[in-house]
Design a protein around this ligand. Sequence first.
Ligand code: PHE
Length: 341
Amino acid sequence: MKEQLEAIRKSALESIAGTQAGADLEALRVKYLGKKGELTAVLKQMGSLSAELRPVMGQMANEVRASVEKAIETQSAILAEKAMEAKLDMETVDVTIPGKAVKLGHKHPMYLALDEIKDIFVGMGFTVLDGPEVELAELNFDRLNAEEGHPSRDWSDTFYFDEDSRVMLRSQTSPMQVRAMDSMPLPIRIIAPGRVYRKDEVDATHSPMFHQVEGMAIDKGITMADLKGTLNTVVKQLYGENTVTRFRPHHFPFTEPSCEMDVQCHKCGGVGCPTCKGEGWIELLGAGMIHPRVLEMAGIDPEVYSGWAFGMGLERTAMRRFKIADLRLIFENDVRFLEQF
Ligand code: PHE
């Protein structure tokens, strides 16, 4: 029995010292000291020993148990320390390594221009609205007095989603006029910026996706003078006090009378140059007095209320604001271009 106990001690201490993980250590504890362990098995044979030998063997068994327990404890501490060292090694931060420069982006010039526009209108008491780019043809056309057969409804100009031309990518932000009239109490003063879509080929002045800012005011006694006054105030704040504008008659189905507003070319002062294609003027927006039928369709009495609306091309406005010559630069997102603003 003495040899048995010695053998257990020897093999236990060796295997404990060789463990690499806490789980292995626990397995060894069970193997040697557990209820069905090797040491217990030896102790069970004690009954067959003589009365003199029994206490001697008992004491020896206790010593073996104590030394195995001690070894497990020591090894456990060693493993814990090793684990901690490994963890610290992995998490070492070398504070002397030069840092990576974090490049901070900034707003796109078109959105810088939009922010200025929003600020100007909010300062005049307008609310900024957001609306869907996927729009009902009913709101994009019918409710804006553009009947079936109107050229702008053609499949060659418009991105429709379905065969019967009911759902489309909005071709203008003007359906936001209808959405505002349907959902807001009078009087209404809103602007609504956002993307619009038309089947155009890309060139220096065209893109199948571009941005507009819609504007609308409805109240009692609103006239064309309010429209001109508001727009002149806006362009002067945007482009400078000396900005010269002109209003030309035009046609839109949803305004009557309708007009387009031009600003005098900033390059040549109206004489004519390549920037304004020799015209002396640059077209900025379409506008007009809201057609009585459009008000009626929204349940607003045109005998009591009147209003104006405009739709302005945001790319064009930003191009003039920052003197950008080619529309494609706005969409290419070349950092060398964007960094200049
Ligand atoms: N929606 C028109 C366009 O896209 C612009 C416009 C808006 C004209 C509001 C008049 C009133 O050309």
